[in-house]
Design a binder for this molecule. Structure first.
Ligand code: MV4
Length: 448
């Protein structure tokens, strides 16, 4: 049993992890930069340690400072949250080398999934459906031509070290391949210091559907269903739902069985998410995330489980204690990511929050570290609140979301609340009829 957990993160996710710790009777250590001395995650923790100046590379990414903070406070384990060091295999290794538990998967699995080619090779070998594409890395233009001729245009060239869309280039016809290949390589090298690329058939109107899984250290694996994360702009998700409007219980069960069987074979442990593109009734695996995700609350609402509690229990060596048939899905949940940005231009809007009123009532959850008087610093991600609603079905969830968004007031800074109010009113959103491209066009103001 852990006595004390150090939470290597900030903002709403640091609070989220503290809440799980408190319910389990585990002490909490917050770490913070000098810019975050007044932050809510510091105020609510049992103990806190300043780990450096504002820039993330000097504080929330400062491994020696974080390990020292764990050592001085006598923490047993580190929860990395999302972002920052959460998918850094070296960090996971160093945590364990210092005799602490990293609350997450093994460093070997983090490293494997960080290499998008290795992830695809592993998952494909375990029976998970893939997008047609190259068999591993594409070393040169001649190979790229051969692969493209086999899978057909349009094709995508992706960075092996990528994810989140960086270093990704489409070639719609043979005469575009040379430039796309060269640009993808150059961008990959510049962004990741690694120019390995691979190729896939370009799917033109997919949905982004991802499966949440949880595995214990004793070989048990369950899935908690899927989330639809198609509503994004420039690879930033704005709205997520569970389940996907495009999937029924039978489709969920079929894909769920495939992913749990694959992860059991792999010997995976703790939380993970498999990302798929879903088009014309077909799933195609693209990437796996080896961390707790921002949008985990929608899954918690429909499954009635605490995913962070499960992560902590598993890291302590406890068995899941239930099987897939014990996981029940109830109703529908939707999350809005509210950021401190202008709702039309998306220009960041840090500054003093002068008033903060969160909505409430049945089926409404707000995960936020904001408070009236808080100064949103300019150094970090602009996410300031997640509004999550849960209701018996999707139309009821949308009605609840609309009224909760009306109640929500954040004054003093610009937020994306007005954009979220527009999205819930949109007929395409209400019909659940959208792909990864819909929001991009909706925000631009053009026809979807
Ligand atoms: C794709 C694709 C279409 N076809 N792969 C973007 C980020 C990275 N995680 C994978 N991405 C995509 N891969 C094939 N073969 C379209 C995207 C994509 C996308 C995927 C999920 C969510 C939003 C997206 C926005 C633009 C492009």
């Amino acid at each position: 049993m852990f006595q004390k957990i150090l939470i290597a993160n900030r903002g709403e996710i640091a609070l989220r992890i503290q809440r799980a710790c408190r319910e389990l009777g585990i002490g909490t250590v917050a770490v913070h930069s000098t810019a975050d001395a007044e932050a809510m995650h510091v105020r609510l923790a049992d103990e806190s340690v300043c780990i450096g100046p504002p820039a993330a590379k000097d504080s929330y990414l400062n491994i020696p400072a974080i390990l020292s903070a764990a050592s001085i406070t006598g923490a047993d384990a580190i929860h990395p949250g999302y972002g920052f060091l959460s998918e850094n295999a070296r960090f996971a290794e160093m945590v364990e080398a210092h005799g602490l538990t990293f609350i997450g998967p093994s460093s070997a699995h983090i490293r494997m999934m960080g290499d998008k080619i290795a992830a695809k090779t592993a998952m494909g070998g375990l029976g998970v459906p893939l997008v047609p594409g190259s068999d591993g890395a594409v070393p040169d233009l001649a190979t790229a031509r051969t692969v493209a001729a086999r899978i057909g245009y349009p094709v995508l060239i992706k960075a092996a070290a990528g994810g989140g869309g960086r270093g990704m280039k489409v070639a719609r016809a043979p005469d575009e391949l040379d430039e796309a290949f060269g640009t993808a390589r150059a961008e990959s090298r510049a962004a990741f210091g690694n120019d390995a690329v691979y190729m896939e058939k370009y799917l033109d109107r997919p949905r982004h559907v991802e499966f949440q899984v949880m595995a214990d250290q004793h070989g048990a694996v369950v899935h908690f269903g899927e989330r639809d994360c198609s509503l994004q702009r420039r690879h930033q998700k704005l709205v997520e739902e569970a389940g996907s409007p495009a999937l029924d219980a039978a489709g969920r069960e079929r894909m769920g069985e495939t992913v749990t069987a694959a992860l059991a074979q792999l010997g995976y442990r703790n939380a993970g998410t498999l990302e798929f593109l879903y088009q014309d009734g077909q799933f195609a695996f693209i990437e796996m995330n080896t961390r707790l995700q921002v949008e985990h609350p929608v899954t918690e609402m429909v499954c009635g489980i605490d995913l962070v509690r499960e992560q902590i229990r598993i890291a302590e060596g406890e068995a899941l204690g239930y099987g897939q048939s014990d996981v029940r899905f109830s109703g529908h949940a939707i999350e809005c990511r509210i950021t401190a940005e202008h709702p039309e231009t998306f220009v960041p809007s840090p500054g003093r929050v002068t008033a903060f009123h969160a909505p409430g009532g049945l089926g409404v959850r707000v995960d936020s570290a904001l408070y009236a008087g808080y100064q949103v610093p300019p150094y970090y991600d602009s996410l300031v609140a997640k509004l999550i609603v849960h209701a018996p079905d999707r139309p009821a969830a949308i009605a609840r979301l609309a009224r909760a968004l009306e109640e929500f007031a954040v004054l003093g800074i610009e937020t994306t609340l007005p954009l979220h109010r527009r999205i819930v009113e949109a007929p395409e959103f209400q019909a659940g009829d959208y792909t990864i491209h819909w929001l991009e066009r909706f925000v631009a103001g053009g026809e979807p």
